[in-house]
Write a protein that binds this ligand. Structure first.
Ligand code: KG4
Ligand code: ZN
Length: 347
């Protein structure tokens, strides 16, 4: 039996979890700052970092207590090391380093993006690799060929906004709150996805490239008027239609490209991760398409698609098994080895 404590603080959530054997979640605790951040219309890095100082080590103590696991029984401490907001990462990393050094427990440096795809292990004893993975979050929207846990080849992704960022900006234009994704998702269920004609950028391109800035601008022109459109006054029905139409455009490109890439690479399993993978439109669409094509869909529970520490512990378990232990000189790094920029660090 392997017990790993996971710690995640790359953005505005402070999370801790205890995971057994890389798949069984014994306990997980999240201190969310979403409500505080909604007053600012987005995440304010300095405030998020300060909030984490309040949350740690409390969330860790609570996760251990709920799991019934004593700190000295833990085989490894996995912490998100990159990418993320510097101050936020520092809070989680410092907590993990202090615990690891004090108790002589191996420290495991986890790539947040790779962890989003490692979430497919939670609640599943066997995961068959390789698969085609999509990570779609507030800061990231990319496709990967996953050969094993944390072993990812980047195929391509957004050339401008991330999908979650597009949801958040569209929600702001529509006068909804933050984070926008869940709010648009809820309203979209009552709207007509064909009411607004919105672009599906780069859909004809047989590549893994995505773009959401044109879609955002098209929605803005529909709302404010321009490019031949008069300004649109939205009543409740119109708001639901705008949400449904916007969501349908994002889901179309994410899903069609994901399925096309799986076919190109001859893969029969696809996986999704990141906050946007909570989206009900995306989940339903992929479930239907996969059923039609005989593909296997790995869609973690919504709470394990959004930022969480269980996914960090799951990937940390594999790093521990591979003997990839981080030094106590670990510092937050801005890049992700799985991300769009070149790999700069091997912890
Ligand atoms: O993975 P995540 O929790 O944090 C990052 O690593 O960025 O993703 C957060 C993003 C936000 O942009 C949020 O609006 C979006 O995921 N999101 C959703 C949904 N739930 C969260 N987008 C669409 N539909 C949802 N149901
Ligand atoms: Zn994330």
């Amino acid at each position: 039996m392997v017990l790993v404590l996971g710690i995640e603080s790359s953005c505005d959530d402070a999370c801790a979890a205890v995971v057994r054997d890389g798949h069984e979640v014994l306990a997980e605790v999240t201190a969310s700052q979403a409500e505080a951040m909604s007053a600012w219309g987005g995440v304010v890095p300095e405030l998020a970092a300060r909030g984490h100082l309040d949350a740690f080590p409390g969330v860790v103590v609570e996760a251990l207590a709920r799991s019934g696991v004593a700190i000295d029984e833990v085989d490894g401490i996995a912490v998100t090391a990159f990418p993320g907001l510097g101050g936020s990462l520092l809070a989680g990393i410092t907590c993990a380093k202090v615990l690891a050094a004090r108790r002589r427990i191996p420290l495991l440096a986890v790539d947040h993006i790779a962890a989003h795809l490692a979430a497919v292990h939670l609640g599943r004893v066997e995961v068959s690799y390789p698969f085609l993975g999509l990570v779609a979050s507030g800061g990231h929207s990319h496709y990967y060929l996953a050969r094993g846990p944390g072993d990812l080849d980047l195929l391509g992704g957004t050339i401008d906004d991330a999908a979650g960022e597009a949801f958040d900006k569209a929600a702001a234009m529509l006068g909804l709150g933050y984070p926008g994704g869940p709010l648009i998702d809820a309203l979209a269920a009552q709207g007509d996805p064909r009411a607004f004609i919105l672009p599906r950028s780069l859909l004809d391109e047989d590549s893994a490239r995505l773009s959401f800035s044109g879609l955002k601008t098209a929605l803005l022109y529909r709302l404010k008027g321009s490019q031949g459109h008069a300004a649109t006054m939205l009543d409740a029905r119109g708001l639901a239609d705008a949400c449904a139409s916007f969501q349908a455009a994002v889901v179309d490109v994410l899903a069609i490209k994901l399925l096309r890439l799986a076919a190109v690479h001859g893969l029969e399993t696809i996986a999704i991760g990141g906050g946007v993978a909570c989206n009900r439109g995306l989940r339903t669409r992929l479930a239907d398409e996969c059923a039609k094509r005989g593909l296997r869909l790995l869609a973690p529970e919504p709470r394990h698609c959004a930022d969480n520490a269980a996914m960090v512990a799951a990937l940390g378990t594999h790093l521990l098994a591979a003997g990839r232990i981080a030094g106590h000189d670990l510092v937050p790094l801005p890049s992700s080895r799985a991300g769009p920029r070149a790999r700069r660090h091997d912890p």
